[in-house]
Structure formats: structure tokens, C-alpha cells
Design a binder for this molecule. Structure first.
Ligand code: SRM
Ligand code: SF4
Length: 523
């Protein structure tokens, strides 16, 4: 465990909160908090430390908490889904859930007094929400079709689970990694389509052959934030595709980042605390050397090229699996928003038609795998598919969004409903011959990754008729999959009221969209 917080080095506000008491310590106080009620809980415990347990106080809905799970590799069982659905069912319309941009689930409307019992149920089915917020490692991402994708190179499910188990001490909480200088994102890709946005992660493993052996090239330092967005860079390391090496190397990276944070100034300034800042302070060579020492054995140099050769898939619709006779079906979950009823239904469909498994995607959608080919037609007649279509129209299909003002106090605009409505309206007006990924985010923190979208929209305020009104800054040029790169801002702000006109023009000029027959636009 690091003792850095006790040194004389300048600490930012959050570091002081952590130095006074580790976030994970509230684990032992949860029962007590539930008994005394949220209003009586110490402010730093309520607003900051509870996030170490995945419990987020929401100033927008005081008393109704968000619980952020961990769903490594996006794989969740029907049994687990039912526990999550049961966890929010009692709150009526206030009990909802979201699939996140890290193929994870967040529950909403949860009362603090119910959480100890909810956590017991999580444990019974192997779920945990531990260390999912603040200065911890976020959900570990992997291809949502790991183990079933005919083009797959490496099945990453077990690796991601083992790395999570190492980081969280099998879900019990691990003080070795609860005091990182900042949040940390890890992704392990085993497919060819970079389904996990390797370029956006602090640590990403991408498949690569070295001397004919399949393993991973390592990328480091990617992140998005309000102050700076950095694409990950090659570390110059290749690792074989075995669980032990990936677990140990991930441990080494987290240890070096955690234990050198204070000495290198990472604990002084929050905006300069992500791992890229350490890499830049030291230079890649020193960073790599320090990792090698911590890893305890020589690191092989990177393979010349990686195996990310495809465009990023969205996994919607019916697809043959590598297991003969089976298909997976990707369902479009508009804006990732679920309620208890739809979660129970997803679980039921997975049990009746599949192998009891559901996969989540970073596009905030769900996949039901292992549907016997002869049952696919019947599956398609299920009522849930009217709500969660397999082939929605072009923009609606590819629009994702962060939480926005409905629940997030950082938000400058409402996102999910605005994004969906606009996509549907533009779909009704335009024939768009190509996929256009729309990424919405409510503020510059960039949880909805606008820099990764073909078009990105970021909440902002703009002046219109002398008044400050809700608007969006527009990004363009984001590329994902093979040759991924970040897009840049092309417009500093358009009022939401005027956005449809602006986007329509952009779609016509840059994405070959045409007005549908019979549609005329009044300017
Ligand atoms: Fe995020 C903070 C939601 C993915 C960058 N993010 C927040 C908070 C926790 C702020 C808060 O306390 O209210 C948001 C919670 C709102 C809520 O009620 O849901 C929040 N982030 C989300 C989610 C739910 C967006 C979504 O609707 O899908 C995503 C949860 C992922 C998960 O399952 O863990 C989410 N956030 C991201 C991503 C995307 C990614 O990982 O690919 C990013 C950019 C990538 C990155 O982190 O480098 C992202 N979130 C941030 C940042 C900026 C980080 C920074 O270094 O400055 C913040 C603010 C912060 O950490 O201080 C933030
Ligand atoms: Fe909240 Fe901003 Fe993240 Fe959206 S981008 S969830 S508004 S912090």
C-alpha cells in the first residue's frame, strides 16, 4: 500500500479526502449509513468515499443513488440481470438502469437503506460494484462477442475477469489499488475490430503476432477529459496471450502509476494526474524500464504490426457464431436505457433462446448469444424486439450518449432524449447511405466520447437572441476500429433549437445524405 499521501508533497482536494480516510474504509460503515439515513452521513463519505463501493450520491436526485456495477468484458448472466432488475423494480418509474459506454450497467433510484441487502444479493450471483468510481480502475472492456466471434483471435473473457479479481481482491476490495492518482481505464481486445476503443484507454492490449505466436501489443496513456484528450501511444512491449502475464503486467502498471504519483506531481493537480502525465514526465523509455523492474522479467519488444484490421462493428442484427448452428442477435437499446421490465425480459429471452448469457456493448446495446439457428425466426417475434429493434434506421442505430442533465450534475444539457429525438427526426427526413456514429456528451468530461464519433456533440452554452441557451459544440472526424483517431471540434456551439438544421447540412455535405422523396425543408 502506498504511504505517499502522508508525505509532505502538495495534495489536491481529493487527495486530502483520501489521506484522511481511504475510500474503501466506508465498506465497514455501510450498514451504519443505511441505518442513519443519507442526510446524516458525513459529506465526504456521502459525496466522495461511497463511490469506492460504486455508490454515487446524485445531487440532481438527492436520496436516490446511482450504483455502478462491474461487468468485465460486458458478459452478464440472466441470473445476474434478474438481480439487477429486482434491485430497481421497487422504485417504480424512478428505478431505471443504463448500459454505459464501458459496456457496464448503472442502476438508478436506489435508496441507501436498501443497499446492504442489495449487495448481499450481488454477492450470491457473483456481481460486484466495488472500486467502480473515483480513483479506481473502471470496468474492464473486451470484445462483446468474445468466445463466439468467427473472426476472433483471443478470447479475453477469463483474462478480464482475472484482472478484475486482482484489482478488487475478488470483489472484496483491494487497498493496493484504491488510491490511484486518478481514474484508470483498461481494455483487452481479442477481436480484429478494436471494439474497445484502445486509443481511449490508459492501458490497452491489442492482438499481435510475434514470431508466429499470438499475443498483445501494449498501448498506454489514452484518455479524454475536459482539459485534454490524448490518444494512447505504443509502449513498445509485446506480451504472450496468457492470463498470468496479463494479470501481472496490469498489476505492474497500476503499481508504478500509484507509487510514483506523488513524487511526480500527479497528486497535486487533478487535471494533470492521468497516467499519460507520468509517461510524459519520464519519457516512454524510463516508464518502460520501471515497468520491467516491477514486472520482474524482461519485456519483449512490440510486434511490428497489430491485428486490428477491421472497421468497428456495431453487432446489431443476426450473426453466425463460430459454434456451428448458433447465432448471436444484437438488440438496439435506445440510449442504453433499461427498466426493470425490459431487464427481466432480456434475462428471459437469454434463458429461453440462448445459453442464459447477455453481452453488453460500448455502443450501449445488448446481445443475446447462442440462439439455435432454427429458433431465430421465433425469437424475432418476441414483443421486446419491438422496443429493442435489430435493424433500426441509420442515425438511430448509431447514436450513443452519456447520462446528461437528467441525473448528472456536471451536465450542461439534457442528452439522451435530445439525442434520440434528433436522430429519429433526421432519419425520417434523410436517406443516408453510410453508417454515421453520433456521440453525445453533456459536458467537456467526454463520457460519451464525442471525439470518437463520426459526428460528436458536446453540451455547451451559446448565446442566442442575447440570451445564454443550451447548445452543442460539434466534433467531426473521429475514426474507430482500424486506424482509429480522435476527431476535432468544427463548430464551437450551436443552439439546440438550431442543431437539426446544422446537422442536416453536415450530413448532406459530408456524409452523402439526400432528402427523402417528398420531403421539403422550410428554411
Ligand atoms: Fe465518465 C465522471 C458517467 C464513461 C470521462 N462520468 C463521470 C461521473 C461519475 C461524474 C459524476 O459524478 O456525476 C458521471 C456519472 C453520471 C451518472 O449519473 O451516470 C460519469 N462516464 C459516465 C458514464 C455512465 C457515461 C454513460 O452514460 O455511459 C460512463 C460510465 C463508464 C463505466 O461503466 O464506468 C462514463 N467517462 C466515461 C468515459 C468513456 C470511456 O471510458 O471510454 C470517459 C472518457 C475516457 C476517459 O476516462 O479517459 C469518461 N467521466 C469522465 C471524466 C473526465 C476524466 C478526467 O480525467 O478528467 C469525469 C470527471 C472526473 O473523473 O473528474 C467523469
Ligand atoms: Fe455527466 Fe459530463 Fe460525463 Fe455526461 S460527460 S455523464 S454530463 S460528467
Amino acid at each position: 500500500m502506498t504511504t505517499e499521501a502522508n508525505t509532505k508533497i502538495k495534495l489536491n482536494k481529493v487527495e486530502k479526502v483520501k489521506a484522511a480516510k481511504d475510500g474503501l474504509d466506508v465498506k465497514n460503515e455501510l450498514e451504519y449509513f443505511a441505518k442513519i439515513g443519507w442526510e446524516a452521513v458525513d459529506k465526504a463519505d456521502l459525496e466522495t468515499r461511497l463511490k469506492w463501493l460504486g455508490i454515487f450520491y446524485r445531487p440532481v436526485t438527492p436520496g436516490e443513488f446511482m450504483v455502478r456495477m462491474r461487468v468485465p468484458n460486458g458478459v452478464i448472466t440472466s441470473e445476474q440481470m434478474k438481480v439487477l432488475a429486482g434491485g430497481i423494480e421497487r422504485y417504480g418509474d424512478n428505478g431505471t438502469a443504463d448500459i454505459t459506454t464501458r459496456q457496464n450497467i448503472q442502476l438508478r433510484g436506489v435508496r441507501l437503506e436498501d443497499i446492504p441487502e442489495l449487495f448481499n444479493r450481488f454477492k450470491e450471483v457473483g456481481l460486484t460494484s466495488i472500486q467502480s468510481g473515483m480513483d479506481n480502475v473502471r470496468n474492464l472492456t473486451g470484445s462483446p462477442v468474445a468466445g463466439i466471434d468467427p473472426d476472433e483471435l483471443i478470447d479475453t473473457r477469463q483474462m478480464n475477469q482475472k484482472v478484475q479479481d486482482m484489482i478488487t481482491n475478488n470483489g472484496e476490495g483491494n487497498y493496493a489499488f484504491t488510491n490511484l492518482p486518478r481514474k484508470f481505464n483498461i481494455a483487452i481486445e481479442g477481436a480484429r475490430d478494436n471494439s474497445i476503443h484502445a486509443e481511449l484507454n490508459d492501458l490497452a492490449y491489442v492482438p499481435a503476432y510475434k514470431d508466429g505466436v499470438l499475443g498483445f501489443n501494449v498501448l498506454v496513456g489514452g484518455y479524454l477529459s475536459a482539459q485534454r484528450c490524448a490518444e494512447s501511444i505504443p509502449l513498445g512491449v509485446w506480451l504472450p496471450a496468457n492470463d498470468d502475464d496479463i494479470v501481472e503486467f496490469s498489476r505492474a502498471v497500476l503499481t508504478v502509476y500509484t507509487q510514483n504519483g506523488a513524487a511526480e506531481g500527479l497528486r497535486a493537480s487533478r487535471p494533470k494526474a492521468r497516467m499519460m502525465w507520468l509517461i510524459e514526465t519520464w519519457g516512454v523509455e524510463k516508464f518502460r524500464n520501471e515497468l520491467e523492474k516491477e514486472f520482474g522479467k524482461p519485456l519483449a519488444s512490440a510486434a511490428e504490426k497489430d491485428e486490428i484490421t477491421q472497421d468497428k462493428k456495431d453487432h446489431l442484427g443476426i450473426h453466425p457464431q463460430k459454434q456451428e448452428g448458433y447465432s448471436y442477435v444484437g438488440l438496439h437499446v435506445p440510449m442504453g436505457r433499461l427498466n426493470a421490465e425490459s431487464m427481466f425480459e432480456l434475462a428471459r429471452l437469454a434463458e429461453v433462446y440462448g445459453n442464459g448469457e447477455i453481452r453488453l456493448t460500448v455502443e450501449q446495446n445488448a446481445i443475446i448469444p447462442y440462439i439455435a439457428n432454427e429458433n431465430v425466426d421465433t425469437f424475432l417475434t418476441e414483443p421486446l424486439l419491438e422496443k429493442f429493434a435489430i435493424d433500426p434506421s441509420t442515425l438511430t442505430r448509431s447514436v450513443i450518449s452519456c447520462t446528461g442533465a437528467q441525473y448528472c450534475n456536471f451536465a450542461i444539457i439534457e442528452t439522451k432524449q435530445t439525442a434520440l429525438k434528433l436522430a429519429q427526426e433526421l432519419d425520417a427526413e434523410l436517406d443516408i447511405p453510410q453508417r454515421v456514429r453520433l456521440h453525445w456528451t453533456g459536458c467537456p468530461n467526454s463520457c460519451g466520447q464525442p471525439q470518437a464519433g463520426d459526428i460528436g456533440l458536446m453540451g455547451t452554452k451559446v448565446r442566442k437572441d442575447g440570451k445564454a441557451v443550451a447548445g452543442a459544440k460539434i466534433y467531426s472526424g473521429g475514426k474507430v476500429g482500424h486506424g482509429a483517431e480522435l476527431g476535432t471540434a468544427i463548430n464551437q456551439g450551436v443552439a439546440l433549437d438550431d442543431l437539426k438544421t446544422t446537422l442536416r447540412s453536415l450530413l448532406i455535405e459530408k456524409f452523402n445524405a439526400k432528402l427523402k422523396d417528398g420531403v421539403t425543408i422550410e428554411e
